[in-house]
Structures are given as structure tokens and as C-alpha cells.
Ligand binder design. Structure first.
Ligand code: FAD
Ligand code: NAD
Length: 402
């Protein structure tokens, strides 16, 4: 039997978990596994809002890939994927290297969806990677540090565009971070504005109304200004133009963070995969519609939930389950066995509002406050355990309650 070349692109939730499952499932004779990722480290995208606000350091949120994979079984290549040539079954990397595959797993994650809004790409930040999160943290810090020299009000205005889960979790961290920055830079906290703009009529549109109200009141009581039912129309070097019907208003701000939505990595569409909003609608076994040798998982993929008739949300919990199914289906392909339909279970959502408050629905049950904070930590710790066992859990786990 020929040893199959299995190539995994991206070491986020999808790529790293597929790799870990495959290294257990396959013998050396069955498959050679290669994992490619831009950085030498894996990070938890779900914690990036903390890094961006500066409430947690990025080193708490990343782990070197060679510390969690079996380096005797997996060839890790730190490089950037530039092109996937499916007809030739090869992938071109930024370094000039070419990698050949028999089976490919595309797990290249998401990028911000800017919906063609003028100026967003140029003048706003987005919470998409460790490098971007660090830029946001340092920009805010640096702007506060310069305040006493320039004394412009907009230096202390922090605009967050979009009140989905990313926006709300980020605002929750800013509420905690701002007093610390004010103390550090001798700034009167009452001068700082945290402004969250949302096109929908409520924050977290579509989420349980009880929890929407809870989060809204919690954050509003801590000084967050909400502009609901207002669309960001334009982003400029001076701030944003928002609109409600025909009425437009300018909000001046040196810091604009766009959390208005995500799409699949645009590289995938550029390489000829059929995509909608950057995502490939995969078959039930997670293979691309046009190629039996390619699996697409995570935020680059759309998989329909048969029970609801709607796509699963792009989320870490769904991606992690897809990764396990993807590894099992690769094993089945190699053995000439039938592939199984992947049906992830959506267990619910827990969102933080800073380190001391959270909201969530878990298996249909609403939780808030301490229970939700503990649940969030359990979710994060469980993932660390899956990734690197007890050692990693002890090193990076969250055990402090408040
Ligand atoms: P990612 O985790 O984004 O991984 C993609 C990987 O590919 C990255 O390592 C990246 O560096 C690499 N990569 C990208 N392009 C290239 C290239 N060209 N070459 C090489 N490597 C490349 N979901 C939840 O379920 N629960 C939560 O609490 C939650 N919180 C979130 C909080 C925030 C702030 C954000 C932004 C998202 C959150 N999500 C949450 C959504 C979740 O993070 C994503 O759905 C999940 O990360 C998708 O996993 P992935 O493997 O597809 O992509
Ligand atoms: P999202 O699409 O869920 O939310 C974006 C928000 O921005 C929406 O409420 C939308 O109405 C608003 N918006 C869009 N255009 C706008 C405009 N021009 N002006 C003002 N508002 C505008 O995106 P997200 O919050 O980044 O979440 C992405 C995915 O990640 C989702 O599936 C989400 O469930 C998941 N996620 C989960 C968690 C969690 O479980 N704790 C945390 C973060 C993200």
C-alpha cells in the first residue's frame, strides 16, 4: 500500500485538532501528515478580544505547535499558503516551496467581512489574529499615552462597530481595561468613551432577549454608549459616519475596531473553490463539492444542520467536532470504507462580559453571573486539555475565579 500524503492547511482549531486526531488514528505506513501554518504557534481565536483590549497577554493564549504535535509523526512547516492548485494536487507556499498531497484539509479560518464599507480596511482594526490584537492593544495604549500632549477628545473615544458576540465580548474587556489605562496615564475616566454601534435594534441580534437585556444593562451601567439601529456607513481617518435612515452623524474617534462580521479566508475562493462569503458549502462528509480528495472545515466551510435547516454558525465548538469527523473520514478513505455524515452538536453559547461577568445558554438552559463565568473557564480549560493534556492545562489553564 502506498503511504498517503496528507496535507493540512492552517493550525487554528480545525487544523490542529485534525492533526492531533490523525496522528493517533493513522499508522506511519498509512499516512504522512504535514501541517502548514503562518506562525510557529497555535492560538485560541476565542480569546483574542482579551489580547486586543490588553486584559490578558498573548502568551497566555498561544502555544508552540511543536509542543502539542508528535513531531515524529507530523512534519510541521511554518510558512504561508499562497495558492492551492487542485488539478495538480499541490500547494504553493510564500517561501517558494511546493507541497504535494493525496488528501488535503483546508482549515484557513476567517477574515473580517467589511461589506464594501468605504474606509474600513484602511482605517479600522479587526480582532483576527495575535498580531492584529497586539496592534489594537498598543494603539489604544499609545493614544492614551499621547493624550496629555495633544489633548484631543477623540483620542479617548473607542468605537466598536458591531454588537455581535465579538463586539460585545471586546466591549466587556474594554470596560475593565479603561480604568487601568486611566490610572497609568493620569486620565480622568469620565473623559473616555466606549461607543458600540449596532445596525440591529438590539445588541446580540437574535440571541435570547433575557440575556440581551442583561448584557445591555450590565455594560450600559458601566458607561458603554450604545448606538442601536445605526449602520456604520464610512470609516475615515477621523472616525466613523453612522446613519439611521437618511440621518447621518459623524463620531470622531482615533480608535475604530470593526467587529461587524466574518467571512471565510478569501484565498480559498481565489484558488477556484466555489464560495459564498468566502465559504465552501461542503458535502455531509465535509468534502469540497468538486473534489473527492479535499476536505474543508471550520470558518472556511458551510455545513448545514439538518435539524434546523440552517448552516452551523462559524464557531470553535463546531470546528473542533468537524476536525474529529474529518480525521475519521480520511482514515475511512484510506481504508476504502464508506465516509460518515458529520453532524456536530451545537451545545450553546457562553459569552464573557469582562472577567467577572458572562451570559450563556448551555443545552437550552440560561446562565448568567458566576455560573456563566465558571462555564466559560470550563470550556476554555477543556480545550487546553484536549490540545495538550494535563501539562498544558496546568501551564495555561484558568483556575482563578475572580
Ligand atoms: P482559525 O482558528 O482562525 O485558524 C485559522 C488558522 O489558519 C490560523 O492559525 C491562521 O494563522 C492560519 N492561516 C490563515 N491563513 C493562512 C495562510 N495563508 N497560510 C498559513 N496559515 C494560515 N467560537 C466559539 O465557539 N466560542 C467562542 O467563545 C468564540 N469566541 C470568539 C471570540 C472572538 C474574538 C472571535 C474572533 C471568534 C470567536 N469564536 C468563538 C469563533 C471561532 O474563533 C472560530 O469559529 C474558529 O476560530 C474557527 O476555527 P478555524 O480553525 O476555522 O480558524
Ligand atoms: P456577527 O456577524 O455575529 O455579528 C456582527 C454584528 O455586526 C451583527 O450584529 C451585525 O448586525 C452588526 N453589523 C454588521 N454591519 C454593521 C454596520 N455596518 N454597522 C453596525 N453594525 C453592523 O460577527 P461576530 O460577532 O464577529 O461573530 C462571528 C462568529 O463567531 C459568530 O458565529 C459568533 O457566534 C462566533 N462568536 C462566538 C462567540 C462566543 O460564543 N462567545 C464570541 C465571538 C464570536
Amino acid at each position: 500500500m502506498k503511504t498517503a500524503e496528507i496535507l493540512i492547511l492552517g493550525a487554528g482549531y480545525g487544523g490542529i485538532m485534525t492533526t492531533l486526531h490523525l496522528q493517533k488514528l493513522l499508522s506511519i505506513q498509512e499516512g504522512r501528515i504535514t501541517l502548514v501554518n503562518k506562525h510557529r504557534y497555535h492560538y485560541q481565536t476565542t480569546l483574542l478580544h482579551e489580547n486586543a483590549a490588553g486584559t490578558a497577554h498573548q502568551d497566555n493564549n498561544r502555544v508552540n505547535i511543536d509542543e502539542v504535535i508528535d513531531t515524529k509523526r507530523v512534519n510541521f512547516v511554518q510558512d504561508e499558503v499562497c495558492e492551492i492548485q487542485t488539478a495538480e494536487k499541490r500547494v504553493l507556499l510564500k517561501s517558494g516551496k511546493t507541497l504535494l498531497y493525496d488528501y488535503l484539509v483546508v482549515a484557513l479560518g476567517f477574515e473580517p467581512a467589511t461589506f464594501g464599507i468605504p474606509g474600513l480596511k484602511e482605517h479600522s482594526f479587526s480582532i483576527r489574529s495575535i498580531n492584529e490584537a497586539r496592534k489594537i492593544r498598543e494603539h489604544i495604549q499609545c493614544t492614551f499615552a499621547r493624550y496629555h500632549h495633544e489633548k484631543r477628545d477623540e483620542m479617548l473615544a473607542l468605537v466598536v462597530g458591531g454588537a455581535g458576540f465579538t463586539g460585545i465580548e471586546f466591549v466587556g474587556e474594554l470596560v475593565e481595561r479603561v480604568p487601568v489605562l486611566c490610572k497609568e496615564y493620569d486620565i480622568d475616566p469620565s473623559k473616555v468613551r466606549i461607543i458600540n454601534i449596532e445596525a440591529g435594534q438590539t445588541i446580540l441580534p437574535g440571541f435570547a432577549p433575557e440575556l440581551v437585556n442583561y448584557a445591555y444593562n450590565y455594560l450600559k451601567n458601566r458607561g458603554v454608549e450604545f448606538y442601536l439601529g445605526r449602520m456604520i456607513k464610512t470609516c475615515t481617518p477621523d472616525g466613523v459616519i453612522i446613519a439611521q435612515g437618511d440621518d447621518e452623524e459623524e463620531i470622531k474617534a482615533d480608535t475604530v475596531v470593526w467587529t461587524g462580521g466574518v467571512q471565510g479566508n478569501s484565498l480559498v475562493g481565489q484558488c477556484g473553490f466555489p464560495t459564498a462569503r468566502g465559504r465552501v458549502e461542503v458535502r455531509k462528509d465535509l468534502r469540497a463539492p468538486h473534489d473527492d480528495h479535499i476536505f474543508v472545515i471550520g470558518d472556511c466551510a458551510v455545513l448545514y444542520d439538518e435539524q434546523t435547516g440552517r448552516p452551523y454558525p462559524p464557531s470553535a465548538q463546531i470546528t473542533i467536532q468537524q476536525a474529529e469527523g474529518c480525521a475519521e473520514n480520511i482514515k475511512a478513505l484510506l481504508k476504502g470504507q464508506p465516509l460518515k455524515e458529520i453532524k456536530p452538536e451545537f451545545k450553546g453559547t457562553v459569552a464573557s462580559l469582562g472577567s467577572e461577568e458572562a451570559i450563556g445558554i448551555v443545552f437550552g438552559k440560561i446562565i448568567v453571573g458566576t455560573k456563566a463565568v465558571i462555564m466559560k473557564k470550563i470550556i476554555d480549560n477543556r480545550y487546553l486539555y484536549m490540545l495538550g493534556g494535563f501539562n498544558l492545562l496546568l501551564k495555561k489553564g484558568k483556575f482563578k475565579l475572580f
